[in-house]
Design a protein around this ligand. Structure first.
Ligand SMILES: [Zn+2]
Length: 112
């Protein structure tokens, strides 16, 4: 059996490098495609994000008390971190039960 010549070895090495480059390129293309898909999904997700709920009920620290009624985009409600979205009817009912309307967003003005 003959020893491979230096030229044969170089050609073999070249084939290996070409093969590896093709594999790396395919991997990179997959990563790029994945990233493009994720970016498209993020854009779609942002468009489909539901609007802020129209009304919010703010619960007290013990979760049993109801502290206040808010309009959905009220900054004070967001800041409290203890709000739950409710229907207009539930917000009206809460005000009727003497739950305080928020002093910042005045839901009573829109629910009257
Ligand atoms: Zn409010």
């Amino acid at each position: 059996m003959n020893e491979p010549s230096r030229l044969e070895l170089l050609r073999f090495a070249r084939r290996v490098v070409v093969q590896q480059a093709a594999t790396s390129l395919a991997q990179l293309d997959r990563w790029i495609a994945d990233e493009e898909r994720r970016a498209a999904e993020r854009r779609q997700g942002e468009q489909r994000r539901p609007p802020d709920p129209e009304w919010l009920i703010q619960y007290g620290l013990n979760k049993m008390n109801v502290d206040a009624v808010h309009i959905g985009d009220c900054w004070a409600a967001k800041k409290s971190g203890r709000c739950k979205p409710v229907t207009r009817q539930q917000a009206v009912d809460a005000l009727r039960r003497q739950v305080a309307p928020c002093v910042h967003c005045h839901p009573e003005a829109q629910l009257a």
